[in-house]
Design a protein around this ligand. Sequence first.
Ligand code: PEP
Ligand code: MN
Length: 264
Amino acid sequence: IVSREVQPDNTVVHVRGLAIGGAAVQVIAGPCAVETAPQMQQAARLVREGGARLLRAGAFKPRTSPYSFQGLGVAGLDYLQEAARQQGLPVVSELMDIRLLDTFLEYDIDVIEIGARSMQNTDLLKEVGRINKPVILKRGLSATVSEWLMAAEYIAIGGNHNIIFCERGVRSFDPAARNTLDVTAIPLLKRETHLPVIVDPSHAGGKAWLVPALSCAALAAGADGLMLEVHPDPAQAWCDGEQALDGAAFGSLMAQLRPLAQVL
Ligand code: PEP
Ligand code: MN
């Protein structure tokens, strides 16, 4: 279903009037995690003022250690939606557990993110295949392109074809960066599938200073959008502060991207 052999024309995924996979590059931005209502409100304002069109933040966090902050849970969805509505932005949030799908629908989460660690949770994929919300399918930590395409197929088979691939870096031998951004995967996917492909340079690089270069590389390679971690005060972030852009860095990155692509 996701193959270009089946459908030669690009699929454009629509999110409340925004087109992902069309002529414009869409930027999704926001903090790794929802922390507090004021943090979310500040973040949402920075995101809108910087020119991103969608707000991201996790209320359920797949942390490596069970002793790390796990996310606020349902209360986080509340803060996220409240901040998003104030700024008129659609929201993206990660779903990890099938049992919470109805809650995500009740909270009207516009785009459901399937995180890297869930890419091969086939039951979760089948469930999000039965709804009509767009799904961002992140690449598994060391998933091949063909495994990733098959994961999308699990979603599509249920009838939901609103799938957006998100390259977020893969495990490599080199610990210099958090992950290695697989730029090659962008044109490979664009050739194999008609679905949109976006890039998350924040989790790929793991350092805020790497994000601009990786963002430019992603757009040069043909990405349809970016998903960036932006926090009003990265040094105080509860999660992934090292890779978060502050408002100023986010604003200057957006200015750097505008000549490279139709960003707005
Ligand atoms: C995230 O987007 O916050 C996240 C946890 O990313 P990934 O699943 O790519 O690690
Ligand atoms: Mn994160």
